[in-house]
Design a protein around this ligand. Structure first.
Ligand code: GLN
Length: 448
């Protein structure tokens, strides 16, 4: 598939043949189930959109039964922005229901397959976006990342996925999961395309009160892989990862040293605290955000009800899947009066500590190199126990809790041909350094 950069330089008359070629490819590789619908909006360069981003006139559903029949009345800010940049939303990407998951197994539309091995998950929750780009059935895609949902599927599928600094990209029109963590970001074939798409969707938006009103300079014109950077590696992080990931990590460190970067070794509190704080905060916010789906204003409404309470009860019982219900229950529990201090408040304090810990490292380093997931793509149903699945988010959720930007990119394949992805983490609003470092790593490892 041609790159986003190339597609944006195509003459207008070639875009419709590109579109037709894309449709043929999608049909040929239908079994991957990366697309839940082939909706189109406009004639620009086709860009795949995760099913939780509002595109006017589309049945945007967050891969949930409860939103069947809902028609988005407006475009998300990122959609307005891509349209003015000559792109056109094309297709809704499969995902975990309401972006809750790490495998895309919880979608109402059925699972998406990992293009490298159909018995394995593509990651999640933006699994459809990642699988489509990896399989050559999308030029690029938009995903959303609350606790790793862009970076982890990118790593599992061997593509590039980037989560911007919290506040850099408008959340207006993104179906809310956990509002203090959610960010939309690019999922692409290479680092340069990610920078291009990131530049297109970034910037202040007064419709999102958490959007940062600070000066924004595009990164693409200034991309410089030759800058010499100080990169921290977190020694104690890697111990919990599989041998494949450890090998990828060592390969990347050598490659970065070879490019002239300085490596410093650090330690962090780590996963145990990150996971606990994340799953308290994310579920708390989710339980509040999802209270709006009650059968009155949006999508599906249960039939044969007796009164209003019955309508709420039946609509929500029928409309939400098991994982979403679990999280609403968890979130309501941690916010309930008797437990608020013990869980929610404590989690907020831990979040603060995590932020401080990153800041301490960034006094010395420009970037941090870390695994994305403890393993390569796992098999379907391998994570049958929800807690086991949550634990697999060990390396990604801390970045969201701290609001930092990060980019995931493939560095090698294991002996089964499965991609090994790693992430670079940057300072708040220093996406330039993040992309510079990522481009340098991409060049050095020459992943094919
Ligand atoms: N896997 C994490 C979760 O299930 C992250 C999801 C996301 O980033 N949307 O919450």
């Amino acid at each position: 598939m041609i790159t986003l950069k190339e597609a944006l330089n195509l003459p207008a008359e070639e875009i419709s043949s590109l579109r037709n070629e894309l449709k043929r490819e999608i049909e040929n590789k239908k079994e991957i189930n990366a697309y839940v619908a082939l909706d189109e909006s406009g004639d620009g360069v086709p860009l795949l959109v995760k099913d939780n981003i509002q595109v006017k006139g589309w049945n945007v559903t967050a891969a949930s039964k409860i939103l069947q029949g809902y028609v988005a009345p407006y475009d998300a800010t990122v959609i307005e922005k891509i349209k003015s940049a000559g792109l056109a939303p094309f297709g809704r990407a499969n995902m975990d229901e309401f972006a809750m998951g790490s495998s895309t197994e919880s979608s109402y539309y059925g699972k998406t397959l990992n293009p490298h091995d159909h018995e394995r998950v593509p990651g999640g929750s933006s699994g459809g976006s990642a699988a489509a780009v990896a399989a050559g059935v999308a030029i690029a895609a938009l995903g959303s990342d609350t606790g790793g949902s862009i970076r982890q599927p990118a790593a599992f599928c061997g593509i590039v996925g980037m989560k911007p600094t919290y506040g850099r990209v408008s959340r207006w029109g993104l179906g809310a999961y956990s509002s203090s963590l959610d960010q939309i970001g690019p999922m692409t074939q290479n680092v340069e395309d990610a920078a291009i798409l990131y530049d297109i969707i970034s910037g202040h938006d007064r419709r999102d009160s958490t959007s940062a009103d600070i000066k924004y300079a595009p990164v693409t014109p200034n991309l410089d892989p030759k800058r010499e950077l100080t990169i921290a590696v977190v020694e104690n992080y890697i111990e919990g990862a599989s041998l494949d990931i450890q090998k990828g990590y060592e390969t990347a460190i050598k490659a970065l040293e070879g490019e002239g970067h300085k490596i410093v070794r650090k330690k962090m509190m780590g996963a145990k605290y990150d996971i606990a704080a994340y799953y308290i905060i994310a579920t708390a916010e989710a339980s509040a955000n999802l209270s709006r789906y009650d059968g009155i204003r949006y999508g599906n409404r249960a039939e044969g009800v007796e009164d209003l309470k019955d309508l709420y009860l039946k609509t929500r019982s029928e409309g939400f899947g098991e994982e979403v219900k679990r999280r609403i229950l968890l979130g309501s529990f941690v916010l309930s009066s008797g437990y608020y201090d013990a869980y929610y408040l404590k989690a907020q304090r831990v979040r603060h500590l995590i932020k401080n810990e990153f800041e301490e490292i960034f006094k010395e380093a420009d970037l941090i190199l870390s695994p994305v997931a403890p393993t390569v793509a796992f098999k379907f149903k391998e994570m049958a126990n929800p807690l086991q699945m949550y634990l697999s988010d060990a390396y990604t959720v801390g970045v969201n809790l701290a609001g930092l930007p990060a980019i995931s990119l493939p560095v090698m394949k294991n002996s089964d041909g499965l991609p090994v992805g790693l992430q670079l983490i940057g300072k708040h609003f220093d996406e330039q350094t993040l992309f510079d470092g990522a481009l340098s790593l991409e060049n050095a490892v020459a992943y094919e």
